[in-house]
Ligand binder design. Structure first.
Ligand code: ADP
Ligand code: NI
Length: 205
């Protein structure tokens, strides 16, 4: 099958499976990662087809969506087997996806794995990253913020545990440039958040 047509069919399939997912791994997250991966791949002269394909399937089988069990490899193989792709391409995609997740802590080896990881991480920062952190935190019962013990597992604490570290972990020059801009939104958000939390209002002096 022609590559663009294949990617279109996969997009439709992923859309029907993930449209109503509400913990931050919804279809729109996956679509942003796929388009971002494609753009970074083009800028970095990597294999844009492989990056885009891996990005479309990167959240299939994630343990957070499967009652705590990681079924990525099995479910991605099942999913891709419907598209009559060669085994070496499927193996390549499975390897890339296994190296992408922050939580699995693996090392991204190929340029394509680095690009998909950069694209996934870019979606965790900036304004959408902020929205996702509170959506995910809410879905697992975390509070917004804990002023008594700020290191408690809250969505604001997640900024310090993970989000503010992601800029330094980007691999490609293209993603580093985007991350630098998005990091500013995280910092600006936190500054204003604490002001509002502490009822500091410049207009009411
Ligand atoms: P990955 O794609 O590396 O598996 P995660 O699945 O851990 O990343 O994260 C998915 C989204 O949920 C991200 O936007 C991330 O910032 C957010 N998230 C993950 N863990 C937490 C948490 N403890 N509190 C708030 N947001 C979280
Ligand atoms: Ni993701």
């Amino acid at each position: 099958m022609e590559k663009e047509l294949l990617l279109e069919k996969i997009e439709t399939d992923i859309k029907s499976q993930f449209l109503n997912e509400s913990t931050g791994h919804d279809y729109y997250h996956i679509a942003r990662v796929a388009y971002m991966a494609r753009q970074i791949a083009q800028a970095e002269h990597a294999d844009a087809f492989v990056c885009t394909l891996a990005a479309w399937v990167h959240d299939i089988g994630d343990y957070k969506l499967n009652g705590g069990v990681d079924k990525s490899e099995e479910l991605i193989r099942n999913f891709l087997s419907e598209y009559s792709l060669g085994t070496s391409l499927i193996d390549r995609i499975v390897t890339i996806v296994s190296q992408v997740s922050f939580s699995k802590g693996k090392h991204a080896e190929s340029l394509e794995a680095k690009i998909v990881q950069d694209a996934d991480r870019l979606d965790a920062i900036g304004t959408i990253g902020i929205a996702r952190a509170f959506a995910y935190g809410g879905s697992v019962g975390h509070s917004i913020y804990n002023p008594i013990d700020p290191t408690q597992n809250t969505s604001v604490q997640h900024f310090y545990d993970k989000l503010l570290k992601l800029k330094e972990l980007m691999h490609t020059r293209t993603a580093i440039a985007i991350a630098e801009k998005r990091q500013q939104f995280l910092l600006q958000f936190l500054e204003q958040f604490y002001k509002e939390w502490n009822m500091e209002n410049e207009c009411l002096n």
